[in-house]
Design a protein around this ligand. Structure first.
Ligand code: GUN
Length: 295
């Protein structure tokens, strides 16, 4: 029997509608329009696509948005100065520096230069620390989107065993921390597996929920899954496809064709987690604009 599809498109649209209502209320009650600043360094085509779709979401929700594009040769000091300007700007509530940055720039220094109350990516060490402690903070968008997908599809992780594949700072580590928190929508037993684990298959096969976030195309197959498990595929891999118009195709970290036959529910790529990331970014920006980003 084929798994049920978890429709990220539909859920992202619901979240954006909720954010739009929240923003209208914030404008009515306190005269605040959420403002988001994007900083894009270099001309990575993937980053350009991300930033464009984020800008479009701002337009849809009537948020203010500013995009600063700079060449890959920008000096770190200039980037830090730009961030300081946005930190001091009361019309800007969220600052997003698109990653990766060119190798001559210290990514961590850049992240730490952002006022943590405007860190809508949830990458600042203050937000990372608060997330681990279970305190109110701005939460990373993709992991927050994973938890929303589980909750909204009726797959409460409470008491379940979630196996997270991948330990990146952007997805693997934060999604682990979120899933294990003692609160509704989380409260799972969590295992994290990564490239240091010789054979991940026996561990993945124990999972009620699999979160695939290691950035390797189609590497979690149906044979590695426990029948009836829920699969959340965070992967966004562009692979060559001569039949496609632009010669490439987007695939996840999960081999969809085999996994769909074993799982009870699965997110497609595209149309799954990716759209949730942007919806959660808008939600974080509203939270920051409302002054509700922790202190
Ligand atoms: N690059 C890939 N994913 C992300 C993300 O979530 N935020 C930022 N700023 N850059 C990214």
């Amino acid at each position: 029997m084929a798994a049920r599809l978890i429709d990220g498109r539909l859920m992202a649209a619901d979240i954006k509608a909720e954010v739009r209502r929240g923003a209208e209320e914030l404008l009515r009650s306190r005269g605040i329009t959420p403002g988001l600043a994007f900083i894009l360094v270099g001309d990575d085509p993937g980053s350009e696509v991300y930033v464009r779709s984020k800008g479009k979401a701002c337009e849809e929700l009537h948020f203010r948005s500013v995009t600063e594009r700079r060449p890959a040769t920008i000096a770190e000091a200039e980037l830090l100065e730009m961030i300081a300007g946005f930190n001091a700007d009361p019309a800007i509530h969220g600052i997003l520096v698109q990653l990766p940055l060119p190798p001559h720039i210290d990514e961590q220094r850049v992240i730490e230069a952002i006022d943590f109350r405007k860190d809508v990516d949830g990458f600042h060490p203050v937000n990372v620390g608060k997330l681990v402690l279970g305190l109110k903070c701005l939460r990373p968008c993709t992991p927050a989107g994973v938890l929303e997908l589980l909750a909204r599809s009726g797959n409460d992780p409470g008491g379940k065993h979630a196996v997270v594949v991948g330990r990146s700072n952007i997805v693997g580590k934060p999604v682990c921390n979120m899933l294990m928190q003692k609160r509704p929508g989380a409260n799972a037993a969590v295992t994290i597996v990564h490239t240091g684990v010789k054979d991940i298959a026996p561990l993945v096969r124990q999972a009620d929920i699999v979160v695939a976030a290691m950035g390797r195309p189609r590497s979690i197959t149906g044979a590695m899954l426990k029948p009836g498990c829920v699969v959340i595929d965070v992967g966004m891999n562009r692979i060559p496809d001569p039949t496609a118009r632009n010669g490439t195709r987007l695939v996840g970290d999960v081999d969809f064709a085999s996994a769909v036959e074993v799982a009870s529910a699965i997110t497609p790529v595209p149309g799954g987690v990716g759209l949730m990331t942007i919806a959660m970014l808008m939600k974080n920006t509203l939270q920051a604009a409302a002054g509700d980003a922790g202190s």
